[in-house]
Design a protein around this ligand. Structure first.
Ligand SMILES: Nc1nc2c(ncn2[C@@H]2O[C@H](COP(=O)(O)OP(=O)(O)OP(=O)(O)O)[C@@H](O)[C@H]2O)c(=O)[nH]1
Ligand SMILES: [Mg+2]
Length: 195
């Protein structure tokens, strides 16, 4: 699915004018948001480097990045939360920026909450989920990096951590193997028919 970068917004005034329905990718720092976004749009039209910049260094995405995706969507890559090494002031700025986007954006139709399959729900993830529910924003939950679960024991532990206090659907995915990409696309396609 061809896609192109629109803008990197450090402040709400830099958000592009509202347009196609938007899908936002949210989750802890380093959970794999940018990687999953790349996997969703695939190599097609992107070239080898991918669309969104990824890094093993947490705190890689510092602004809200908007991408136009063919098929009439926009993908929105948000900075990760919960990364202790970011100075508190910076972290507060990001939180304010993210909250502003989530509360004011009419075009926002779906949030994808990403959880690390090995860790499951952490405090900040639950905070986010509660906030989305309270504000009536639709979301799906994706467990990332499932390719890292090698043994039966690890898979069992993962399932427990993901199911802990949550009974909704969880899409298992991996940006490395492409697992779950189709299922996420299915969830995204539904937002069109809901308009
Ligand atoms: N094995 C494996 N590694 C992954 C997967 N997804 C991401 N990674 C790795 O995890 C690291 C972080 O990935 P990013 O996509 O940059 O994470 P992010 O959530 O965008 O991080 P921030 O921008 O810092 O919030 C990188 O080293 C990726 O290569 C996956 O599905 N499997
Ligand atoms: Mg990122």
């Amino acid at each position: 699915m061809p896609a192109r970068f629109i803008i990197s917004a450090a402040r709400p005034e830099q958000f592009p004018p509202e347009g196609d329905p938007e899908v936002a990718f949210l989750g802890r720092s380093n959970v794999g948001k940018s990687s999953l976004l790349n996997a969703l749009v695939g190599a097609e039209g992107l070239g080898k480097k991918g669309l969104a910049f990824t890094s093993s260094r947490p705190g890689c995405t510092q602004f809200i990045n908007f991408y136009q995706v063919d098929g009439g969507f926009r993908f929105v890559d948000l900075p990760g939360y919960g990364f202790a090494k970011v100075p508190q002031e910076k972290s507060r700025e990001w939180k304010a920026l993210i909250e502003k986007y989530l509360s004011d954006r009419n075009a926002l139709r779906l949030c994808v909450i990403l959880l690390d399959a090995r860790r499951g729900w952490m405090e900040k993830d639950i905070e986010l989920r509660d906030w989305l529910e309270h504000n009536g924003l639709p979301y799906v939950v994706a467990a990332t990096k499932v390719d890292k679960l090698k043994s039966q024991r690890e898979r069992h532990h993962s399932l427990r951590a993901l199911r802990n206090g949550y009974s909704g659907e969880i899409l298992e995915c991996s940006a490395t193997t492409g697992r779950g990409v189709r299922e996420i696309w299915q969830a995204i396609s539904k937002i069109k028919t809901k308009q």
